[in-house]
Design a protein around this ligand. Sequence first.
Ligand SMILES: *[C@@H]1O[C@H](CO)[C@@H](O)[C@H](O)[C@H]1NC(C)=O
Length: 304
Amino acid sequence: MAPKHHGLTRALLSTILFLQPVLSVPGIGTLLPRASPPSSISTSLSTSISTPTPSVSMSSLATATTCNGHAEYCTRSYSNITFVGSHDSPFVGPLPQQNQNIDVTAQLDMGIRYLQAQTHHSVFDKNVLELCHTSCFLEDAGTLKAFLETVKKWLDANPNEIVTLLLTNGDSVAISEFGDTFSSSGINSYTYTPSASPLSLSDWPTLGEMISSGKRLVVFLDYGADTTKVNYILDEFTYYFETPYGVTDAKFSSCKIDRPSDASATGRMYIVNHFLDVDILGVLIPDRDKADSTNAATGEGSIE
Ligand SMILES: *[C@@H]1O[C@H](CO)[C@@H](O)[C@H](O)[C@H]1NC(C)=O
């Protein structure tokens, strides 16, 4: 399914998490950030990558003809694809602590392929992981299990699509609890486990290989991942750097490395936090009024 950028503009708020794992050649459907990273970063990224060595021969697979909406993505490495994501994807509604206008299924239907979400322990049951924004008293979007079931249902219905989850672990919950929640939702049948830990940038499989293997969900956690215990929940900052978040500059002029601090871009994919906030008396909230330009494919402040 091809991303529909004009639809995105209207339906999603200014909270698009824009992801561009490596600098890619502007191609059909390939979205590039408006501001390119400094040339030193792009140089180190592009020179650090060699041609990916597929771990599975394409000829032995039932080859997908379309991968994430494009035939040419089938032979591209996961680490060489730009995915458009949504920040705080489950927090849907008009309130200041909410970030999106449409629910997760509608986001996926519109072309979002990277869902970020915050997790916390439920205030009612400490054994349950809940999707809450900072605090479950402020915003509680239901259980992580229900969210994973929703994503699983979408993957079931869309067999040629790869989706990535980026979860945060604000309460330092044990990784086994995440593993248990993934298992109970059934979505662990789709989770991708790298052949090495960590997997180097050049060793990621192609989208075609991932689709053929059925392992179409890539999962990252910001803190507390331990692949010796749950092998498919990957440590975000081993694989990525992020640009600053909470941006209030509508031109998104900075692409500097924010996290991990002092990280090198070499060997990492990257996350561009292309969601715009507005400062209301010291509190940053989504800049809904600018969503049309922030989420646009082209123009000032867009994801171009
Ligand atoms: C990324 O994909 C583009 C387009 O297919 C290709 O030209 C480029 O060589 C790829 N880069 C890497 C590092 O594989």
